[in-house]
Design a binder for this molecule. Structure first.
Ligand code: AHM
Ligand code: MG
Length: 341
């Protein structure tokens, strides 16, 4: 029988790969692992609304029942605050970032960005949702509180990123820029155990993932590419939870698209909380991630915390092919995300 490697053990082992590491990043990743277990417990009982009460009502103990995405948000912030391993967080749930004061005069050099529960509109119907996170080294003066600039760094500056998928099993996938590894939560021992070592995305896959209901609202070149996927007899899979859709593609190959539509002319998904962390992971696994205007996601300047962006992410061979279609069919000059206001 193979020896079980827990997430904590793996993270500590990896710390040794960085000779001058102070242990802060290791601590941060472990805190996120703890928060993920707490959120997992709540997500798993989300169906028990009759017993626990619907969001906004009072539960049997007289506490107000929170929406799960807000619950996940609070738990992540709580875990990160308590350990003092990060000096600030920015969440998709909050308008602004939150500075975290140092614990016992220690100020951390990292900030964390996250989408606490991506795809949360799916919870009521028992479909997989997930937490997405990214970690940056702060660029502001380490003696003072963190600043907005710490969070507005391009994705190329991420030092770590990951996601937790609350699915048929609960899986935590992360990278610190040296490959991607996955850990499955073993509920019997309450530990994330190494289950997917050095994940590599296939060059091509059988799946394309896009909200085809918006087909007529996409630009011509994107419609041509989607027609091409259909001509190739690729299978359409769209959960409506980006973290779950990208997870499938990471393991089985394929392409996920969220292009501009008339409703979302700059795309719907958030650059800071969703697209940058997932692009870092996918690139680390050998994949690619670009905008519908063909710019590399990780290189985009970040203008504000809740900026939206278009995205095509997945198998390298398929992202390249989409790029060819867009180049062939789009009428110049092409709008660039980076130049838009
Ligand atoms: P959320 O962060 O509010 O959950 O929204 C993001 C989600 C993604 O997970 C998913 O890919 C997308 O919204 C689905 O949008 P649509 O319903 O427009 O296809
Ligand atoms: Mg989201």
């Amino acid at each position: 029988m193979n020896r079980i490697v827990t997430l904590d053990e793996f993270i500590i082992r990896r710390q040794m790969d960085f000779p001058f590491a102070s242990g802060e990043l290791t601590g941060l990743l472990r805190d996120i692992g703890v928060a993920a277990k707490i959120v997992n417990r709540e997500v798993n009982k989300a169906g028990l609304v009759n017993i626990l009460g619907v969001a906004g009502s009072e539960n049997a103990s007289g506490e107000t029942v929170q929406k799960l995405d807000l619950y996940a948000n609070d738990k992540l912030i709580e875990c990160l605050k308590n350990s003092g391993e990060c000096c600030g967080v920015a969440s998709e749930e909050f308008e602004d970032y939150i500075p975290i004061p140092g614990v016992s005069s220690k100020t951390s050099k990292y900030v964390v960005v996250f989408d606490p529960l991506d795809g949360s509109s799916n919870i009521d119907v028992n479909v997989s949702v997930g937490t997405i996170f990214g970690i940056y080294r702060r660029v502001s003066d380490p003696e003072g509180p963190c600043k907005l600039a710490d969070f507005l760094q391009p994705g190329t500056q991420l030092v770590a990123a990951g996601y937790v998928l609350y699915g048929t099993s609960t899986l935590l996938v992360y990278t610190t820029g040296r490959g991607v590894n996955g850990f499955t939560l073993d509920p019997s021992i309450g530990e994330f155990c190494l289950s997917h070592r050095d994940i590599q995305i296939p060059d091509r896959g059988n799946y394309y993932s896009v909200n085809q209901g918006y087909y007529l609202k996409f630009d011509l070149e994107m419609r041509r590419y989607i027609d091409h996927c259909s001509d190739l007899n690729l299978q359409l899979r769209y959960i409506g939870s980006m973290v779950s859709d990208v997870h499938r593609i990471l393991f089985q190959g394929g392409i996920f698209l969220y292009p501009n539509t008339r409703k979302y002319p700059q795309g719907k998904l958030r650059l800071v909380y969703e697209c940058n962390p997932l692009s870092f992971i996918v690139e680390q696994a050998g994949g690619k991630a670009i905008t519908a205007q063909l710019e590399r996601i990780l290189e985009l300047p970040v203008k504000h915390l809740h900026e939206r962006v278009t995205i095509a992410i997945g198998s390298p061979g398929m992202v390249d092919e989409m790029k060819d279609f867009v180049e062939r069919y789009s009428a110049p000059p092409m709008y660039k995300h980076a130049e838009a206001g």
